[in-house]
Write a new protein. Structure first.
Length: 279
C-alpha cells in the first residue's frame, strides 16, 4: 500500500466519526414537571408584602416542595373560581390550600397540610343581639357575604344553604371584595379563616368595631395541595406526597406556619400527624 494512502484513510475515518464525536451530550429535562401551579391571594396564605413582593404560607410550602421533590412549577395567579373550573376541565396541574369535596376529588388528589375553621365576623353592636347562627337566621333582615366556591365546614355550609334559600347570601370572587362589602354595610356578617381576617380587616380599618364569633367550634376544615389526577403522573404525585410528609415530620411545616401567623396559631393549624400525607 502506498505510503500516502494510510494518512488519507485515517483522515476519511475521522471525517465520518467527527460529527458524532462533536455532538454535545443530550440535556435531560426535569424528572418531575414542569407543571402549571396556580396561587390565589388569600390572607397570609399568599399576599403582597410591604415591598410589593409575594409572600405567604403557600408560597413557602411550594418552594420547599420543589426543592425536595425536584418538581418544576410554573406558577400563575388566578381566582379560586377559575382555578376550580380549570381543574375540573383538566386545564391546570396543581393549586394550593384547596378544601376537598366528593365532587372535587373526582379530578384531583388533595395532599392536606393545614386544618382550621371559619369564624363569623359581625359588628359588635349587632353581635351582642345576634350571638348565634340561629339568632342570625331568625332575623330575616340580615345577610352574610362569602367568597364564591369556598367550602366553610359542615355547620356553616348547612347554615349558608338556609340563608341562600332566603336570598340572604352575597357571593363575591375574593376575600378582599368580601371585606369591602362588609365594611360598606352591604352585609351584616362575613365568614373568615384566622389566616385571612386579621390582616384584611386591619387593612380595611375595621378591627376595633368587629366581634369575632366562634359559631362552629366542632368544625374542622382541612386544606392542602390540589393535584390533578389526569395531568400529574402517579409517580410525581407519590414524590410530592413523600416530600410533604417529610416536611410535616421534620417540623418544616410548623416553622413555615410560625413565620406567618405566630407560634400559637401555628400549633392549632398544623394538621394532625394521623391525617398528614403518607410517604
Amino acid at each position: 500500500m502506498p505510503a500516502w494512502i494510510k494518512p488519507t484513510l485515517l483522515a476519511f475515518a475521522l471525517l465520518l466519526c467527527g460529527p458524532a464525536l462533536a455532538q454535545p451530550p443530550q440535556r435531560e429535562g426535569p424528572t418531575c414537571g414542569p407543571y402549571k401551579l396556580a396561587f390565589y391571594e388569600h390572607g397570609v396564605l399568599y399576599y403582597r408584602d410591604a415591598s410589593g413582593a409575594y409572600a405567604g404560607i403557600d408560597l413557602d410550602i411550594v418552594n420547599e416542595l420543589a426543592r425536595r421533590s425536584g418538581c418544576v412549577f410554573n406558577t400563575v395567579l388566578e381566582s379560586r373560581v377559575r382555578i376550580w373550573d380549570q381543574l375540573a376541565r383538566s386545564n391546570l396541574d396543581l393549586s394550593v390550600s384547596g378544601i376537598p369535596s366528593p365532587e372535587r376529588e373526582k379530578h384531583a388528589e388533595f395532599m392536606l397540610y393545614l386544618q382550621t375553621r371559619n369564624y363569623a365576623l359581625l359588628r359588635r353592636e349587632l353581635a351582642a343581639r345576634l350571638n348565634s347562627p340561629e339568632a342570625f337566621l331568625a332575623d330575616s333582615t340580615r345577610s352574610v357575604v362569602v367568597v364564591k366556591s369556598f367550602k366553610h365546614g359542615q355547620v356553616f355550609d348547612a347554615w349558608l344553604d338556609k340563608l341562600r334559600a332566603q336570598q340572604r347570601v352575597t357571593e363575591v370572587p375574593d376575600f378582599e371584595t368580601a371585606a369591602r362589602v362588609f365594611k360598606l354595610g352591604r352585609a351584616d356578617a362575613i365568614l373568615a379563616l384566622p389566616t385571612n381576617w386579621p390582616m384584611i380587616l386591619r387593612g380595611e380599618g375595621m378591627q376595633e368595631p368587629i366581634s369575632v364569633l366562634d359559631w362552629a367550634p366542632q368544625d374542622r376544615v382541612s386544606a392542602g395541595l390540589v393535584v390533578s389526577r389526569q395531568r400529574v403522573s402517579e409517580a410525581d404525585r407519590q414524590g410530592l406526597r413523600k416530600a410533604l410528609a417529610e416536611m410535616h415530620r421534620d417540623g418544616t411545616l410548623e416553622a413555615i406556619f410560625k413565620r406567618h401567623i405566630g407560634a400559637g396559631l401555628a400549633k392549632a393549624m398544623l394538621l394532625e400527624a394521623a391525617a398528614a400525607p403518607k410517604p
